[in-house]
Design a protein around this ligand. Structure first.
Ligand SMILES: [Zn+2]
Length: 66
């Protein structure tokens, strides 16, 4: 499983269905996030090229206390 925290501060954004034009693979469950799905993009502030797209539920289950 990905550990984006090791990259430092993270910028977590919600992606609305109308903004999601491509399919992504969620690192939490290794399944597709189809286009036009509400999801989360996690962007390391110091390494924006390493952003990852997550299912909203996978991200929240991963960080239950924050
Ligand atoms: Zn997922």
């Amino acid at each position: 499983m990905d550990n984006p925290e090791i990259l430092g501060e993270l910028d977590v954004r919600f992606v609305q269905p109308y903004e999601a034009h491509k399919a992504y693979v969620c690192p939490g469950c290794n399944r597709d996030i189809p286009p036009r799905t509400h999801h989360v993009v996690v962007v390391p502030v110091d390494a924006p090229d390493l952003r990852r797209h997550w299912h909203k539920g996978c991200w929240e289950r991963r960080r239950p206390s924050s």
